[in-house]
Design a protein around this ligand. Structure first.
Ligand SMILES: Cc1ncc(COP(=O)(O)O)c(C=O)c1O
Length: 480
């Protein structure tokens, strides 16, 4: 991870930030001695003290080790309680261990976890996903990464084209195809944090364009070697980048014109509403992929596609032996336990009412954050969509991944995260995303807003702000 990036809108001097960071690091160590000691012991048997790399990437001197998580509360092993706006980076978007999911899986776990045979409940899942997302045929995978991999493979097989087109600074899981980005010289290359890693295949199979850049999209699709465009409807992994008006219509049109499938990854943007961004904004993708929260945090992912694609799969590969020739694996995928978790979550947890509460909560949060920025005259912005919002260290909303990335500031960001954590609030590491679950109360939301306010009041140096002029015509104009 590149940690030396610095936003030009930093609002604090380096010295002051260093002093505050030192204080917060000390406080963190005092508050979390058991996590610290556990992390030290873990170095002997877990690589870098954690079971998977991201768990160690929160910008804190050691990770919090979790005792339990329920609803929108996480308790660490030092018995500190946190209000959670990270929610497992969307995995627990509807709150931790939602009761209906917990009850259903507890029953299922005693009635067969995996048999490599379908359960009847899978039919309801297929119809419910069709009802919500508008695509008629569905398959189940284990993770969103896997769903994307299977869809890419299918698109290549059906189009006989090798390449995948992705948006610059996207993230769709650890797929080799989606890791390359546009380098500083305009060439496609691996991101600098990956480029020395020979374990990741380089750019041969990827075309990359900026989000919202239709001219480049058309130029690249015109090579007619792109099996599919894989895109989030809103970029959510480099800060948040919203589509410009008409972008999605044109994206659809260009994919059709040049014979590439359009794959919309709703893994994060499911937070827009019960049928994701696709249903909320009437998108017409060929495929949808979706993972993380669909089964309340139990590892399940799904992918859906059109009837035409279903027919093409069967006419290409033969109905009886779809899985083998297509290279679609996953012994445990679609097992009884996973299906049961998804059924309970879709029926009783990820309901329209839950989304209404989440979206209302997000609007309260975003309004509060915008008021904080205004109060302290800070030239940053808040991007919002559905149940998620993002504090971005730039005055205007970014139009693409490069612009969002240019204003990243790991040091500043991790300072704010640490400040919040020391006062009992968690937000998503790697960027400033805050997700509002259905059980977050106004008091919970006002608490995080107050903490941002307190953090900014202490952090910001007014003299510093005066020099931060935004030259973009997309910057909000000062109101008198
Ligand atoms: C948009 C998107 N797609 C796919 C993935 C991959 O999800 P997973 O790591 O659960 O496979 C992510 C992970 O953050 C994501 O943000």
């Amino acid at each position: 991870m590149i940690t030396n990036m610095k936003s030009q809108y930093r609002v604090v001097s380096d010295d002051k930030l260093a002093t505050l960071k030192k204080r917060e690091n000390n406080l963190f160590q005092q508050r979390t001695p058991k996590s610290k000691e556990t992390f030290e012991r873990a170095q002997k048997m877990l690589l870098n003290g954690v079971p998977m790399p991201w768990m160690g990437d929160w910008g804190t001197s050691h990770p919090l080790f979790v005792e339990k998580a329920s609803g929108n509360r996480v308790t660490d092993i030092d018995n500190n309680e946190y209000l959670d706006f990270c929610l497992g980076d969307t995995g627990a978007m509807f709150g931790h261990s939602p009761e209906p999911t917990a009850v259903a899986v507890a029953e299922q776990v005693r009635n067969g976890i995996t048999t490599m045979l379908p359960t009847e409940r899978a039919l309801w899942i297929g119809s419910e996903l069709s009802r919500r997302f508008g695509l008629p045929f569905w398959q189940v995978a284990m993770t969103a990464t896997e769903a994307n991999r299977y869809v890419i493979r299918t698109c290549r097989a059906l189009t006989k084209r090798p390449k995948v087109l992705v948006m610059n600074e996207c993230y769709h899981g650890s797929l080799d195809e989606s890791l390359p980005h546009i380098g500083p010289d305009g060439k496609i290359e691996l991101r600098t944090d990956y480029d020395s890693n020979p374990g990741i295949a380089k750019n041969a199979l990827t075309r990359v364009v900026e989000f919202n850049d239709l001219a480049s999209l058309e130029r690249e699709l015109a090579f007619k070697d792109v099996a599919c465009v894989l895109a989030e409807p809103i970029m959510t992994n480099c800060g948040m980048v919203l589509p410009e008006p008409g972008y999605h219509e044109k994206l659809r049109e260009l994919c059709t014109r040049y014979g590439s499938f359009l794959v919309i990854d709703e893994t994060h943007t499911f937070s827009t509403g019960p049928g994701g961004y696709t249903a909320a904004f009437g998108l017409k993708p060929d495929f949808i992929t979706l993972g993380k929260s669909i089964a309340g945090g139990i590892p399940v992912a799904v992918y859906g596609f059109t009837s035409k694609i279903a027919e093409k799969i069967n006419s290409t590969f033969g109905r009886k032996s779809v899985s083998d020739p297509m290279g679609i694996g996953g012994t445990l995928s679609g097992n009884a336990f996973a299906i049961r978790a998804m059924e309970a979550t879709l029926k009783e947890v990820a309901t329209s009412e839950a989304f209404e509460r989440m979206i209302a909560g997000q609007n309260r949060l975003s309004d509060g954050l915008e008021a904080v920025l205004k109060k302290h005259a800070i030239p940053w912005s808040v991007t919002r969509s559905g149940a998620r919002c993002e504090m971005q260290f730039m005055p205007q909303l970014p139009v693409n991944g490069s612009e969002a990335k240019a204003h990243f500031d790991w040091e500043l960001m991790y300072y704010t995260h640490l400040y919040l954590a020391n006062r009992g609030v968690l937000i998503t590491p790697f960027h400033n995303m805050m997700l509002v679950p259905p059980m977050a109360t106004d008091v919970d939301i006002d608490r995080i807003v107050q903490l941002w306010d307190d953090c900014m009041a202490e952090l910001v140096t007014p003299a510093h702000i005066q020099g931060l002029v935004c030259n973009s015509d997309r910057c909000p104009k000062a109101s008198n």
